[in-house]
Design a protein around this ligand. Structure first.
Ligand code: SF4
Length: 318
């Protein structure tokens, strides 16, 4: 018998969680590129926002850089899942580089929307987080000044479009569903003629992960979201947990970041993972709980996902 009895704890495991189809595809693209062309393969920006994933690919020969001018002409380069401004592939073509675009097809869809509205003569309002690579990539599909960025409901009052009757909106794919609905409503109130998607451009994975957090938030004493500080969708899960009633909602990259003293006395916790966090890190967190508690895992599944994206043709050919 052990020296002490572990306290009981129910661990609600949110589902869906973790890798989405776009992240899965982006990682596969880097792995297949390394197989096809050998190391080094350059990757512009973290392929997905997760240190564990990036470190693993670096070990296999991927070289991560922030800008194309850090890459040599004669090695392949991959663009990250978040998307890139148009100037980036244009420059790669000019330098006659081999490049593979790992932009998630659901981000590319927003790029196409933006182009379509622009071609129709509309100026764009993008709802998104300033400086996030997806926002830089999407805004970079159109000439400067054609996309106005808003992050909050308050920002809506501050923009000055060229012609308020000729506007369209687009969004980042990894936003909070609820916050975005409020911003869209503010845009529609100020600019009644604004056109846009039926709701927003938030992707299925973001929507599903937020819904599964909401389903457990009111029965847990603490929520742990496994993800990186620069992962937009992971940070939104923390906020959704808090807004849905779990005051102690924390982002952790790995099990060693859990503050055990802060959750002393907890009887139930929730665990989920952002779209760029691998399941092996979820298991690591569950194991860390098992070391300290007599854990009962209860998986709460609010949706089934069966989305899969093909890798680009160049990698499917021998
Ligand atoms: S979070 Fe959504 S948009 Fe981003 S890579 Fe995953 S599926 Fe694509």
């Amino acid at each position: 018998m052990g020296m002490s009895i572990k306290p009981p704890l129910t661990l609600y495991l949110a589902a869906p969680r973790g890798f989405c189809a776009g992240v899965d595809r982006a990682i596969k693209i880097v792995e297949m590129a390394l197989q096809k062309w050998g190391a080094p393969v350059y990757v512009r920006h973290e392929i997905v926002h997760n240190k564990f994933v990036v470190d693993g690919l670096r070990d296999k020969g991927a070289v991560f850089v922030e800008e194309l001018d850090e890459c040599p002409d004669d090695r392949p380069v991959i663009f990250s899942a978040h998307g890139v401004p148009k100037a980036v592939p244009a420059e790669a073509r000019r330098r006659e580089m081999v490049f593979v675009d790992a932009t998630c097809p659901l981000v590319s869809k927003v790029h196409v929307e933006a182009e379509r509205h622009h071609a129709a003569g509309l100026q764009m309002v993008m709802i998104g987080h300033e400086g996030h690579p997806e926002v830089l990539g999407t805004m970079g599909q159109l000439p400067d000044g054609e996309v106005l960025l808003v992050e909050t409901v308050d920002d809506v009052a501050g923009i000055t479009p060229r012609d308020p009757s000729r506007l369209a909106f687009i969004t980042q794919t990894t936003l909070s569903v609820d916050d975005t609905a409020a911003i869209v409503a503010a845009l529609q109130a100020r600019f009644p003629a604004i056109v846009g998607p039926a709701k927003e451009d938030i992707c299925y994975a973001t929507t599903n992960r937020q819904a599964s957090v909401k389903a457990i938030a009111d029965r847990i004493d603490a929520l742990f979201v496994i993800g990186a500080p620069n992962s937009s969708n992971s940070r939104r899960l923390v906020e959704v947990g808090r807004a849905a009633g779990c005051a102690y909602s924390q982002l952790v990259m790995r099990a060693d970041q859990i503050d055990w003293r802060a959750i002393e006395g907890a009887r139930s916790v929730g665990v989920t993972a952002g779209a760029s966090a691998p399941e092996v890190l979820v298991n690591e967190v569950i194991d860390a709980f098992r070391e300290r508690y007599d854990v009962t895992v209860d998986m709460i599944e609010t949706a089934r996902e069966n989305v899969e994206f093909k890798v680009p043709r160049v990698l499917r050919e021998a």
